[in-house]
Ligand binder design. Structure first.
Ligand SMILES: *[C@@H]1O[C@H](CO)[C@@H](O)[C@H](O)[C@H]1NC(C)=O
Ligand SMILES: *[C@@H]1O[C@H](CO)[C@@H](O)[C@H](O)[C@H]1NC(C)=O
Ligand SMILES: *[C@@H]1O[C@H](CO)[C@@H](O)[C@H](O)[C@H]1NC(C)=O
Ligand SMILES: *[C@@H]1O[C@H](CO)[C@@H](O)[C@H](O)[C@H]1NC(C)=O
Length: 359
């Protein structure tokens, strides 16, 4: 036990040095370029202090991973006339509802997708669609469901237009002699707007690699399908301290192949949390989401980093979604099992209200 702990501590000492260097650099950058008000700066400083304390705790082995919490930039449009606590909770506010105060590090609309995977029959899907049609869904959320290919047409014909449809896969190029495949053109033809690529079940069960996934995403985008781009580490990778390396490598597979991020939503789905009932804690999810946003900022652009939705997936349900939704870098969810239950899926969609500060 103790040996393992010591090993973990040792593993983290090099990344931690870089982490502190990075914190220092980021802080300098914020001071020079982003700060236009001293009180914003106070808020950031207190966040910094909190983050540093947490990293210290991690140095003593209390936390297994370095914390990014509190390092996110708050928006430059945060209103200074608001009391500090409100702006801090700003970590939880929606810009649209509260003119200028928001807690989302990203600027994109909340997004909730339901991945039905290989589940359902004509009958169970009719029932699910009826439940979704009668659910009350918050306006300010993009809602998408991903039925199995063969039911897409049934769902398209019966589901309210307010909910868009995603496929769970698409072929790497134009259709043709590719037995068993479905092309992006065909998906567009039946009214599908989205497609999921890079899901861990396709990576680890079917054996798709970063390059194949990146190319499929690029082709889908070229045909005007929007892409839910999934990334996430396995348990052994997390335990070996490789969470960020794995996620960044998978992100690179998309980034190297796509020319625009406008129609991409990133889904962080830790493999150990998918279908296991083992959900990442809000802090674990936030930490990776913040790192992903930072990666986009460094490797793509600040604009893409703030506009791209980064959603969480992995045993999200009606009871745990609210706490996750409060985290500033969590811009929505990709839901598995709970998306097969209409009322519960609606609860998850409506957790978008957690982003708003209680009036
Ligand atoms: C797609 O991404 C992979 C993985 O990063 C990379 O090896 C490959 O060169 C990229 N392909 C193109 C066409 O850019
Ligand atoms: C939701 O997930 C949590 C784990 O985060 C679990 O304890 C709880 O029982 C689940 N609730 C429902 C309604 O499935
Ligand atoms: C891009 O991300 C990688 C991590 O995958 C990092 O090592 C590299 O420095 C980044 N590139 C730039 C230009 O910031
Ligand atoms: C999805 O399908 C699998 C296999 O048929 C089944 O075990 C699972 O319970 C289904 N999930 C739900 C939430 O119905």
């Amino acid at each position: 036990m103790q040996k393992a702990q010591a090993k973990r501590n040792r593993c983290w000492s090099i990344p931690r040095i870089f982490f502190f260097l990075w914190v220092g650099g980021a802080d300098l950058f914020i001071r020079i370029f982003a700060l236009n008000s001293s009180s914003d700066y106070e808020l950031r400083r207190s966040n910094r202090r909190r983050a540093t304390t947490m990293s210290m705790a991690s140095a003593h082995g209390k936390l297994a991973y370095p914390q990014f919490s509190g390092l996110r930039r708050t928006s430059a449009c945060v209103s200074n006339s608001q009391p500090l606590f409100l702006r801090r909770a700003g970590a939880a506010a929606s810009r649209r509802s509260f003119g200028g105060i928001f807690a989302m590090a990203g600027t994109g609309k909340f997004f909730v997708g339901g991945n039905w995977k290989c589940n359902g029959t004509k009958d169970s899907i009719s029932k699910l669609v009826a439940d979704l049609n009668s659910a009350t869904l918050e306006n300010d959320v993009d809602v998408v469901v991903a039925p199995p290919f063969i039911y897409i047409d049934q769902v398209k014909r019966s589901l309210v237009d307010r909910i868009e449809i995603s496929a769970q896969n698409s072929w790497i190029g134009k259709g043709g002699a590719f037995t068993g495949e479905i092309s992006a053109e065909q998906l567009i033809d039946i009214g599908c707007k989205w497609v999921i690529h890079g899901h861990s079940e396709r990576r680890h069960i079917i054996g798709e690699d970063d390059q194949f996934i990146g190319k499929k995403a690029a082709y889908a985008l070229s045909q005007n399908l929007k892409v839910i781009a999934c990334i996430g580490e396995k348990l052994d990778e997390r335990e070996a301290g490789k969470t960020f390396d794995v996620c960044f490598q998978q992100l690179k597979g998309f980034a190297d192949n796509v020319s625009s991020w406008t129609n991409i939503v990133i889904a962080y789905e830790p493999v150990w949390a998918i279908g296991t009932g083992k959900v990442a804690t809000p802090e674990q999810a936030q930490e990776v989401h913040a790192a992903v946003r930072d990666w986009l900022k460094k490797n793509v652009s600040a604009e893409v980093a703030s506009e791209t939705r980064i959603i969480y997936g992995g045993s999200v349900n009606g009871s745990n979604c609210a706490d996750l939704a409060k985290k500033e870098d969590i811009d929505g969810f990709l839901v598995g099992g709970a998306s097969l239950k209409g009322p519960e899926f609606a609860v998850i969609v409506n957790s978008a209200t957690e982003k708003k500060v209680a009036a």
